[in-house]
Design a protein around this ligand. Sequence first.
Ligand code: ATP
Ligand code: MN
Length: 542
Amino acid sequence: MSPSKIHRSAESSIRDELNLGEEVVTIRHNAPAALLYEDALEEHDTAISSTGALIAFSGKKTGRSPKDKRIVDEATSSNNIWWGPVNKKCSEKTWLVNRERAADYLKTRDHLYIVDAYAGWDPRYRIKVRVVCARAYHALFMTNMLIRPSQQELKNFGEPDFTVWNAGQFPANTHTEGMSSKTTVEINFKKMEMVILGTEYAGEMKKGIFTVMFYLMPVSHNVLTLHSSANQGIHKQDVTLFFGLSGTGKTTLSADPHRELIGDDEHCWSDHGVFNIEGGCYAKCIGLSQAKEPEIYNAIKFGAVLENVAYDPNTRAVDYDDCTITENTRCAYPIEYIPSAKIPCMADQHPSNIILLTCDASGVLPPVSHLSPQQVMYHFISGYTSKVAGTEDGVTEPEATFSSCFGQPFLALHPMRYAEMLAEKMHQHKANAWLINTGWTGAGYLSGGQRCPLKYTRAILDAIHDGSLVKSEFETLPTFNLRIPTKVNNVPSNLLNPSKNWSEGSAKYGKAVQNLANLFVDNFKKYESEATKEVLSAGPKA
Ligand code: ATP
Ligand code: MN
């Protein structure tokens, strides 16, 4: 079959869907990066960086809009969905209004883009995704973030399992029933479609597909979806998962020169092992330097998309320290731009180590502790980290946040469904589990503590991976009941036990411990009725 014939079939299906009768619209199907660059550059503001990446801007929204996320309330999925603050209901009528609004807008464009690609590296579980959008940069973003089909696979692609209609340049109508703003990101599990109106932030598409996987994998395949990074030892082939909220170190710590990168953000754990959902990485760029993070820095080249960065108008060099547009500057590139990437991004092994990352600004939690299976569940359900306020707003109290399963905004089902699956898998495969605090040590953020130096966190990971840490001697930190090693190679011993190294003395430390323990206990109240007695008693004692 000739490529033009293949392209006609995806194109004609979109022409039918959109009722594109007489309208003159060019449809580009799986266009190469060079062609997407040429189209993107017709837009005001778009540029090519000095290293060859495409610089684009998402307009008013420079981050996700969690308050505008909706799921259509329909019979096939309604009983499964975790309704509440994360997943708000949207009627089938409102869905139809918004979908038609998106389609009517897309029809008015001169160019439309179709990206056909996969989510999920394991062919047993992957889904076929189609993205329909009107901005070339959105098409290039999803080409990078999804798994790119080979020519042969594209030829046999057929109908997609899930379609994203991105009409983000056009607003929702606030008079539409159930619309509280001009933005909506809504998923319909019966139709297997998503509609985006009123936001051009590209990350909505990536995290929308993540929510689809959080629904489909457990419900249809008994496969667990995880907000984690993953890597694998080159000799031992041992797999490590790193769970953690934004800024805790998933991307930084999974890039390890001694290990192959499976992925930096979204994974699934099946009966066969672990696979990455994505074909690319979406790295934070703020403060990026070639010296500190050479792999990411060097991946920002032709084909990569830079979003919302500032650049020198004369040299087109990007200023990674400039946050005038947003702190959340990002770059999306294909995963093979990282030299240690493991292609295909999957492993037949089950994880040997599970690492829960937290960035504790109160300085209470030790840099590393060994968790019992019940403690893993307690901390996984809690999902604790701190958000440190941006310096430009003046120094205010760092904010403790709890986000269940370390990924609450993306969950489709109740958090306990994922927690139960994780407990079962951990029981079956006997992984060691660790809590790592990449945040403050010696004292809290406000009392002159320091962030745990990256080299010590890396040394702790080396000791986990060479098997020495699990065999070392442990002592128990009261209240949180954490087992902490007394010695780790290449880490100063006084760093390991916060009750001994707290700069303001042990009385102040005790108070800080109680404060944090109270926050954990309060937060966990909402899970009390579902959690087992063992898990409940694995939490801190307030
Ligand atoms: P997101 O979900 O937003 O992608 P992430 O979990 O991937 O977030 P990273 O991008 O890895 O988070 O961010 C961690 C940041 O913290 C990096 O800028 C890193 O340099 C810094 N950092 C400082 N100290 C440490 C440490 N001890 N361990 C890990 N990261 C550290
Ligand atoms: Mn990351």
